[in-house]
Design a protein around this ligand. Structure first.
Ligand SMILES: *[C@@H]1O[C@H](CO)[C@@H](O)[C@H](O)[C@H]1NC(C)=O
Ligand SMILES: *[C@@H]1O[C@H](CO)[C@@H](O)[C@H](O)[C@H]1NC(C)=O
Ligand SMILES: *[C@@H]1O[C@H](CO)[C@@H](O)[C@H](O)[C@H]1NC(C)=O
Ligand SMILES: *[C@@H]1O[C@H](CO)[C@@H](O)[C@H](O)[C@H]1NC(C)=O
Length: 157
């Protein structure tokens, strides 16, 4: 928890990756699974951690993340692309905040605000097959403006 907040703070203080890439962060490492991610938003880095990850993914993963909003998020969507050996094997789009159906407390927050979320997310439960995967994640609002973007590497042994 402390480490997470500190990481987030450092990220915000650094405030920009002049000409370079953001550092790679560890989101979780347990139960035969390691997840690393890197922000692919040139404007900011963000903090993410997953509690108790394992290769048998539970349906109620608990996550924490924090970022500064670069756009209003009356509506928020997440696109996930799973890539294995250079081939995209799964595309998946998920509404997080909808006008009449805000699932999370941070829905409706405004540009410039800092959001911090800690809690369970409803995710599908499945067993991750052994191997190495790349995951691209993009959060965007109703105007298709990027709110956050990350590429992650999942190592399952
Ligand atoms: C993110 O993508 C960059 C560029 O393709 C790559 O060099 C980097 O290793 C990736 N990071 C992670 C954590 O997957
Ligand atoms: C998820 O559910 C399991 C079984 O119902 C429970 O033991 C576990 O504590 C829950 N985890 C979270 C993060 O809520
Ligand atoms: C989306 O664009 C419209 C028209 O430019 C604007 O009125 C609205 O505030 C924008 N919404 C967000 C969440 O930025
Ligand atoms: C996922 O989307 C990308 C880009 O839109 C596309 O190139 C790819 O073929 C799609 N993959 C699948 C499995 O649908």
């Amino acid at each position: 928890m402390k480490g997470f907040t500190a990481t987030l703070l450092v990220c915000m203080l650094l405030g920009g990756s002049p000409g370079g890439a953001w550092p790679t962060h560890l989101a979780c490492r347990s139960g035969g699974l390691e997840v690393f991610y890197q922000s692919c938003d040139p404007l900011q880095d963000f903090g993410l951690s997953i509690d108790e990850c394992s290769r048998e993914l539970k349906p109620n993963l608990s996550i924490r993340f924090g970022l500064i909003l670069r756009e209003d998020i009356r509506q928020l969507f997440l696109d996930v692309t799973l890539v294995s050996k250079g081939v995209s094997v799964l595309n998946f789009s998920y509404p997080i905040c909808e006008e009449d159906f805000p699932k999370f407390s941070f829905c409706g927050r405004r540009k410039g605000e800092q959001i911090y979320f800690a809690g369970p997310v409803n995710n599908p439960a499945f067993d991750i097959l052994q191997g190495e995967y790349e995951i691209l994640l993009e959060l965007y609002n109703e105007n298709h403006s990027t709110v956050a973007c990350a590429n992650a590497t999942v190592l399952c042994s």
